[in-house]
Design a protein around this ligand. Sequence first.
Ligand code: SME
Length: 164
Amino acid sequence: MSESIAFNPEASKEEKYQDLLPQLKALLEGETDLIANLANVSAVLKTVFEFWWVGFYLIKQEELVLGPFQGPLACTRIALGQGVCGKVASNKSTIIVKDVSTFEGHIACSAASRSEIVVPLFSQENKLAGVLDVDSEHLAHFDHIDQHYLEKLSAILKKQDWDA
Ligand code: SME
């Protein structure tokens, strides 16, 4: 397994995603443990893009429970349908929030978070497995480029052993 990820800090956001995804895919293919893999994915995204918070919420007994993440302390449980994460879990489609103060029901785990993107994650049987939540301390930080590549990452993550 590769112990490091190569990226050019000067590259554009899209170039960074294009560089990273094959490396993340290789990293995930070298390890079967779900928690180890999600921990590394959150670390890589946080390091490369310097996001405020990057992490996973996993479906456990019909609610979202905090999984591996990088960043400040976060809420541990989110009901389906609640907050951005819970809405994504219910609707099974990505939500980009340009200004969290305008999103009804947004759950503020950190007062510093101003915008976010949440992407649903699925098992190989297309069962909802959880969500990937990325937060920024800047307004309107996420766009269709983040959506495109984070959904590609979600597709790569399908192979994980989500029932572990
Ligand atoms: N803001 C999210 C909650 C999770 S934290 O931001 C880490 C939401 O509204 O679902």
